[in-house]
Design a protein around this ligand. Structure first.
Ligand SMILES: Cc1cc2nc3c(=O)[nH]c(=O)nc-3n(C[C@H](O)[C@H](O)[C@H](O)COP(=O)(O)OP(=O)(O)OC[C@H]3O[C@@H](n4cnc5c(N)ncnc54)[C@H](O)[C@@H]3O)c2cc1C
Length: 394
């Protein structure tokens, strides 16, 4: 299949949807790609998500290049079916995947400058002292790499159960318990609803900034399609239209402790906070099964202290406080990250001074990340196939 004369592979780090999509797109263009995955299977992050999770993007708009998601999986694909899709995807495209290999550092080896030199070279340091050399590297290690926990003062003094949302699977262990979920992104909102439906005695949801809540679909029109359209429109317009639609489709829950957001929908999304898809939160807040409370400030004397001064004593605290990209150790020394640790370029472009280094999956677009991963995969493969052709001609 490899039609280039350059026998050094492109290394793709991570066998999540992003890495698999790039590897498949490269293979279709005749470029050899080797995927390195630290866990023991593809789609590791999806295998670890909570049980009730379904895609909030549609089946059709979530497929990776070269294989649709089967119609039998329904419009909103379940976690287990997405994992099945990723497994089949890797098999169908005959991807070269090496599991159990964690890459710790990526370095650029200077080209020798000798006649016959084959352009930039990248060295990957990986588990077991491995040193792998490739002609390009695609970093697909995931937007949700390392659970983020705020440094709350006094947290060690808390004697109840404390966990990050990444460890939550289902409501069974929390039946009859008083639970505080911290953070109202999509994950926090859905876990709060899952707990309320699954028999927790009391569920409170600590909210720092009131979120935009959107219906997953309205009269058959998925919110994702609006997200795709919104990206092409000016922010002021989307913000205003979003506020009007929000007032029509979402009841005012201010009296229940969930006010309408102050910042516009697209403006917030551009700051990194995508709207919360309603999978039961509105109804649960309305009937008091999920109680919004102020943000968490600290832990003191075994209690949780909120920013409005209230003290709570839940049995369990679940921190749905997001994830870090954690790219610093891998590529931070290359000067390719911004001050927030995000890649300076993504998709088909390499950061300045790092030709042959690509990133995919490090944005959180309202158009759906899987859709964006598919688009980036094609762009990266096109860019790499072009450099392979140029190298062959010279
Ligand atoms: C709860 C949740 C629900 C989501 N729902 C949707 C949705 O409905 N629609 C949508 O479009 N998007 C959704 N997303 C966002 C996104 O599509 C997923 O997070 C998706 O899995 C991202 O794919 P990825 O390949 O970029 O990263 P991941 O799936 O996280 O894959 C990264 C892979 O890299 C491996 N890895 C990491 N570091 C290394 C290393 N150093 N060496 C080797 N391997 C490494 C990991 O083990 C992992 O397998 C959701 C995200 C979450 C967290």
């Amino acid at each position: 299949m490899d039609r280039t004369t350059d026998d050094r592979p492109v290394y793709v780090i991570g066998a999540g949807p992003g890495g698999l999509a790039v590897a498949a797109a490269l293979r279709r263009r005749g470029v050899r790609a080797v995927v390195l995955e630290k866990s023991d299977a593809v789609g590791a992050s999806w295998r670890g998500h909570y049980d009730r999770l379904r895609l909030h993007t549609t089946r059709r708009l979530s497929a990776l290049p070269g294989m649709p998601i089967p119609r039998s999986f329904g419009r909103w694909v379940s976690r287990d079916n997405l994992v099945r899709y990723l497994e089949t995807y890797a098999d169908l495209h005959e991807l070269e995947i090496v599991t159990g290999v964690e890459v710790s550092r990526v370095e650029r080896a200077e080209p020798s400058g000798q006649p016959g030199s084959r352009g930039p070279e990248w060295v990957l340091h990986a588990t077991g002292g491995r040193r792998l050399t490739g002609r390009a590297v695609v970093v697909a290690t995931g937007y949700n790499h390392t659970p983020r926990l705020p440094e709350w003062p006094g947290l060690p003094s808390y004697e109840g159960e404390f966990l990050h949302a990444s460890s939550y699977r289902n409501a069974a262990p929390y039946a009859g318990k008083d639970v505080l979920v911290v953070g109202v992104g999509n994950t926090g909102a859905e876990i709060a609803v899952d707990l309320a439906e699954g028999g927790a005695a009391r569920v409170r949801l600590a909210i720092r900034t009131a979120p935009h809540i959107v219906r997953r679909s309205t009269a058959g029109w998925p919110a994702q399609r609006s997200g795709i359209l919104a990206r092409r429109l000016p922010a002021w317009f989307v913000d205003r239209a979003g506020a009007v639609l929000g007032r029509i489709s979402v009841p005012d829950l201010s009296e229940r402790g969930l006010p309408r957001p102050e910042t516009g929908l697209l403006s917030r999304a551009r700051q990194g906070a995508v709207p919360v898809q309603d999978v039961g939160l509105i109804a649960a807040v309305r009937i008091g099964r999920v109680e919004p409370v102020a943000a968490v400030e600290a832990f003191k004397d075994g209690k949780v202290v909120l920013t409005d001064g209230e003290h709570l004593a839940p049995d369990v605290v679940i921190a749905a406080t997001g994830y870090e990209r954690a790219l610093e150790g891998l590529v931070g020394h290359l000067g390719v990250l911004d001050e927030r640790g995000r890649p300076l370029a993504h998709g088909g472009r390499s950061p300045a001074g790092a030709p042959g280094l690509y990133f995919t999956g490090f944005t959180n677009p309202i158009s759906g990340m899987l859709r964006e991963l598919a688009i980036d995969a094609r762009k990266i493969a096109t860019a790499l196939a072009r450099t392979a052709r140029t190298a062959r001609k010279s």
